[in-house]
Design a protein around this ligand. Structure first.
Ligand SMILES: Nc1ncnc2c1ncn2[C@@H]1O[C@H](COP(=O)(O)OP(=O)(O)OP(=O)(O)O)[C@@H](O)[C@H]1O
Length: 224
C-alpha cells in the first residue's frame, strides 16, 4: 500500500498540492484532473522522484524521504516522454540496462531481456537503434524497460498521449494484464472505465475519489 499523510508540495513558495491524505491499495487507480492540477507532481511523489515539502509518503511502510532507493526499486515509473527514459543505443541494451544496474547474474539478465522482447512485441527491433523507433514504439520500449525490473507498483504518467489507435489499444491491453498495482495519470477517460478507483485533482486538492463510474462524471461536470 502507498500512504500519503498530510502531503503538501510546493515548487519554490508556490504550493501545488495541499494537505493530501490518501491510502492507495486498489489494483488499478487513475489520477485525473485538468492541466496544471498537480497530477504529475502527485505521481512523482509516489516513488520518491520528489519528496513532499511537508507530510510523508510511504510505500509498504518505507518512507520516500529516508528509504528512497528501496522505494524506487519497488515502484516503477514510466514517463510521458520515452526519450527521458531510453538510455542505450539498441533496444536490447536499453532493456538490459536496469537489470545490469541491479547487478543480476548475466544469464538472468539475458533470460529476462529475451522474455521482455517477446512479451512486448519488440523482438524484431532487438538490434535496432532505439532513437530510430517511432514515438509509439519508443513508448512500448520505455514501458518494457520498467516492467522487466518487476516492480510491485507501476506509475504511468500519461502513457497513451503519443500513441496511435493501435498502440493505444496495445498499451491499454498491457496495463489490463499486469499483475502489479498500477497507478495511471491520464486524460484518457475511456481507458480508466474499468479501473477500481479514480482520483480527481483540481488546484492541488482531491475533489472526487471513488469508482470511475462516479468520479469520471463528477470530473466532467466540474470541467463543464
Ligand atoms: N519543476 C517544477 N518547478 C516549478 N513549477 C512546477 C514544476 N513542475 C510543475 N510545476 C507547476 O506545478 C503545477 C502542477 O503541475 P503538474 O505537472 O503536477 O500538473 P499536471 O496536472 O500533471 O498537468 P498536465 O496535465 O498539464 O501535465 C503547474 O502549475 C506547474 O506549472
Amino acid at each position: 500500500m502507498i500512504e500519503l499523510r498530510s502531503v503538501t508540495h510546493a515548487y519554490g513558495d508556490r504550493p501545488v498540492l495541499h494537505d493530501l491524505s490518501l491510502r492507495l491499495a486498489e489494483r488499478r487507480i487513475a489520477i485525473l484532473g485538468g492541466n496544471g492540477s498537480g497530477k504529475s507532481t502527485l505521481a512523482r511523489l509516489l516513488n520518491g522522484l520528489i519528496v513532499p515539502t511537508a507530510g510523508s509518503v510511504a510505500v509498504d511502510g518505507l518512507d520516500t524521504r529516508t528509504d528512497g532507493r528501496a522505494v524506487r526499486q519497488r515502484v516503477g515509473f514510466v514517463f510521458q516522454n520515452p526519450d527521458t527514459q531510453i538510455v542505450y543505443p539498441t533496444v536490447e541494451e536499453d532493456i538490459a540496462f536496469g537489470l545490469k544496474a541491479r547487478k543480476l547474474p548475466k544469464d538472468e539478465v539475458a533470460r529476462r531481456v529475451a522474455g521482455a522482447l517477446e512479451r512486448y512485441g519488440l523482438d524484431r527491433y532487438r538490434h535496432q537503434p532505439a532513437h530510430q523507433m517511432s514515438g509509439g514504439e519508443k513508448q512500448l520500449l520505455a514501458i518494457a524497460g520498467v516492467l522487466v525490473l518487476e516492480p510491485a507498483y507501476v506509475i504511468f504518467d500519461e502513457p497513451t498521449t503519443l500513441l496511435d489507435l493501435r498502440n493505444r489499444r496495445k498499451v491499454i491491453e498491457l496495463l489490463r494484464g499486469l499483475p502489479q498495482t498500477v497507478i495511471v495519470v491520464t486524460h484518457d477517460l475511456d481507458m480508466v472505465k474499468d479501473f477500481d478507483r479514480a482520483l480527481v485533482l483540481e488546484d492541488g486538492r482531491i475533489v472526487a475519489d471513488g469508482p470511475p463510474a462516479d468520479a469520471v462524471p463528477a470530473y466532467i461536470e466540474r470541467l463543464g
